[in-house]
Design a protein around this ligand. Structure first.
Ligand code: GCO
Length: 390
């Protein structure tokens, strides 16, 4: 039997734009409606979580989770540059209070992919002005919310925003092959993480602050193994270095990335490919934890892990093998303190829309009715017993 440490933190994760609904004042809403969008559909009402969060937090509490990771929507809180909405800050204060009322540690992400239109109209993450803009937002949000926050993530997966937005063209601003934009956005993301970390720590409340990063297990075509370090370096290691001295680090790893003759390449022939287009690779979290531990001697959390599938039995298998790998890292002495399943709800999977279902809970797209999947009860039993069934 694989056991987890007594105080191991079990949670689920969501993101404002993917679950709240009606986030009309950010670059994603604009991107979803753009003529050249890569999105298969618009986010629309999402899961109406902006209003239904009490019911959703009740589900987490009933399942025995101890934490809930969610994000602020910057464009609600600061709809125009320098204009802060007290009522939107009050909304997020209520969500944080609702977590505490249910003994759920609130893990608050300040930026989860979406950026206000007023900022993206002026260069977005490729303009160094974003660093002070984002830092000021973090100051205001922490001033109002800091006393309620359990843990905080400054920026979620900065490397995804830069890679898919500037090199792959599937995220806003929709640039393809824009290496200069990618490098400037990367520089600004690192600077914004560092300055927002300081701003959040300086505000009210005393809670751990860190970065969450999209990571992978890495592989290579025969003869290209020596290429891994180069790609992993600019995609992961630059942020692992930027996280030195933080209070924790969030590992988010779902699959494997392979390199070959043409740089980053696709799935290996013969390996199962998921609807997301990447390999079924349940030991990704273990491999990424081990890589992060080579750079950092601060506590690690798996702040996202899960699988987009309509086959809930496959979700259980993936989570079982992923958690088994995570437990191996703990047995080897790595300080892994928690696991956040992505996601609580089937939600807006960015450019894939609602076709990819990562949730423990199904959401009817018309009625918004929540229906627990078997994997929700399966994971709940693991949390209760603190051990993995064989
Ligand atoms: C991510 C995103 C999530 C995705 C999840 C599944 O961190 O990549 O935070 O928004 O939905 O990773 O692809």
């Amino acid at each position: 039997m694989t056991r987890f440490p007594e105080k191991f933190l079990w949670g689920t994760a969501t993101a404002a734009h993917q679950v709240e609904g009606g986030n009309t004042n950010n670059d994603w809403w604009e991107w979803e409606h753009a003529a050249n969008t890569a999105c298969v559909e618009v986010s629309g009402d999402a899961c109406d979580h902006y209003w239904r969060y009490p019911q959703d937090l009740d589900i987490l509490s009933e399942l025995g989770f101890g934490a809930y990771r969610f994000s602020l929507e910057w464009s609600r809180i600061e709809p125009e540059e320098g204009e802060f909405s007290a009522s939107q800050l009050d909304h997020y204060a209520r969500v944080l209070d609702a977590c505490h009322e249910r003994n759920l540690l609130p893990v608050l992400t300040y930026h989860h992919f979406t950026t206000p239109l007023w900022a993206t109209a002026d260069g977005g993450w490729a303009n160094p002005a974003i660093v002070d803009r984002f830092t000021r937002f973090c100051e205001h949000a922490t001033e109002r919310l800091g006393s309620r926050i359990g843990m905080a993530c400054t920026i979620n997966e900065p490397n995804v925003v830069t890679t898919i937005g500037y090199l792959m063209g599937a995220f806003p601003p929709g640039n393809t092959g824009d290496r200069d934009g990618f490098l400037r956005a990367t520089e600004n993301m690192v600077a914004a993480h560092r300055s927002s970390y300081e701003a959040i720590k300086a505000g009210p409340g005393d809670f751990p602050v860190g970065l969450t990063l999209s990571m992978s297990d890495w592989g290579a075509e025969e003869g290209y193994e020596d290429q891994i370090a180069k790609y992993r370096g600019e995609h992961e290691d630059i942020y692992l270095e930027a996280a030195q001295g933080n209070d924790f680090f969030g590992v988010q790893s779902y699959s494997r990335t392979r390199v070959g003759a043409k740089g980053v390449t696709g799935p290996e022939p013969g390996v199962e490919v998921l609807p997301m287009g990447y390999e079924y690779w349940p030991t990704a979290a273990e491999a990424s934890i081990r890589h992060a531990a080579e750079f950092l001697d601060i506590p690690l959390y798996v702040t996202e892990n899960g699988i987009g599938t309509d086959d809930d039995e496959k979700r259980k298998l993936y989570l079982h093998d992923s958690l088994t790998g995570i437990a191996r890292t703990i047995d080897d002495g790595i300080d892994v303190r928690g696991f956040f399943q992505w996601s609580l709800l089937d939600n807006f999977e960015w450019a894939f829309g609602y076709q990819m279902r990562f949730g423990l809970v199904e959401v009817d797209r018309v009625t918004q009715k929540r229906t627990m999947k078997p994997s929700a009860y399966w994971l709940s039993e693991i949390i209760r017993s603190q051990q993995l069934p064989n």
